[in-house]
Write a protein that binds this ligand. Structure first.
Ligand SMILES: [Zn+2]
Length: 364
């Protein structure tokens, strides 16, 4: 039996496979038995690493895996079960509602629909929602089957790319110093963001589809390289603010919040890439404290502090902003729509590649 913090039910069913040990949470009560040996209406117990296919393994995680090939509702209800993806789902669900609350509170001051000058901020909110919705969904349903697993994370990468796009649009409209307003980077903010957003989706999907566990380090390069490319693009206006501070002693009030955003982003990257702390204590952080959970919290803090910074920049530069040419639909919401369509097409391609990969592996 796994010790998950929930009292396990007595194993009264002799048909139940040996592997099915662990946590059960009752969602209804009947006495029928499913093919997995769990009573209908009850969540199937979690299992150990040795009892699930290789694709679902996580480095240094030993227990708390959900069973595959269960109904969709099982994975939905597993939100209320203790398993090794539970915190990954909840961290970004909480982040989704935190950002929703911020959007609601901003909406009293800014009009995201009728005021084109607030469309860049609206685009940032929209992509942040997509990021958290796609991420929570991916972690929630990823254990259903191998194909669903690949598809879920391709969708997750699409969300990461789009969040980079939304951040680029907001930074280039609100955080850009007037010196470079109207220059090439400013004009190219949205198309550059779309391009790099698709690059993130493509490269991360390659890293998921073309590599097998245990993953080599080159796989990380596909992920880190593409994410750093879009981050370099979106952070350029902030770096220019930093340059003005260092060489011209010009301090923007928002700079402290931008630094905070950068700190959380790089801290998240550190936990994402390092597998700390579980690499030192395999099996001890299967449920709480795993590096991917810490990474999720860091990303939540990144988006939260980013909104603080953007808000201060809007407040300070409002007059200058409204004196410029207004943002266009295709440079804001439209760019997000185009990014979504391109990433959807990339997703379809990798969905088919994953399907073929799974079929090939079954034939071998
Ligand atoms: Zn994640």
């Amino acid at each position: 039996m796994e010790s998950n913090g929930v009292t396990p039910r007595p194993n009264s069913n002799s048909n139940r496979p040996e592997a099915l040990t662990g946590t059960e949470v009752t969602i209804a009560s009947t006495n029928h038995i499913t093919s997995n040996g769990a009573p209908h209406g009850r969540l199937v117990p979690t299992t150990t690493k040795t009892c699930i296919p290789l694709v679902f393994h996580e480095p240094h995680v030993e227990t708390g895996f959900r069973q595959t090939d269960q109904p969709w509702t099982y994975y939905l209800f597993s939100l209320f079960q203790i398993h090794n993806e539970c915190m990954n789902v909840w961290t970004h669900l909480v982040a989704f509602f935190v950002i929703l609350y911020r959007c609601w509170s901003f909406s009293f001051e800014f009009d995201f629909i009728h005021d084109p000058y607030m469309w860049p901020l609206g685009a940032e909110f929209l992509t942040t929602f997509l990021l958290y919705a796609f991420s929570s969904g991916a972690h929630c349903f990823s254990n259903k089957s191998e194909l669903v697993h690949y598809t879920c994370f391709i969708v997750d990468y699409c969300g990461i790319g789009l969040y980079g796009l939304g951040s680029s649009i907001a930074h280039y409209w609100y955080c850009m110093h007037e010196d470079i307003f109207g220059t090439f980077p400013h004009r190219f903010a949205a198309p550059g963001g779309v391009l790099l957003s698709s690059l993130v989706c493509f490269c991360c999907s390659v890293s998921k589809t073309f590599y097998k566990r245990p993953y080599p380090f080159t796989r990380r390069l596909w992920q880190i390289g593409s994410v750093m490319a879009i981050y370099a693009w979106l952070i350029f206006p902030i770096l220019y603010q930093l340059y003005l501070f260092l060489f011209h002693n010009y301090w923007e009030p928002s700079l402290a919040d931008h630094f905070s955003q950068m700190f959380w982003f790089f801290l998240g990257g550190f936990f994402f890439g390092s597998d700390i702390p579980q690499r030192f204590f395999p099996g001890c952080f299967d449920f709480v404290g795993h590096s991917h959970q810490i990474f999720h919290v860091c990303i939540m803090m990144t988006s939260y502090t980013q909104l603080d910074a953007v808000y201060k920049d809007i407040q300070k530069g409002r007059q200058e902003l409204y004196a410029t040419e207004a943002p266009t639909f295709w440079g804001t919401y439209g760019a997000v729509l185009i990014g979504l369509c391109i990433n959807f097409c990339i997703g379809v391609v990798f969905y088919n590649l994953s399907k073929r990969k799974i079929a090939d592996e079954k034939q071998q």
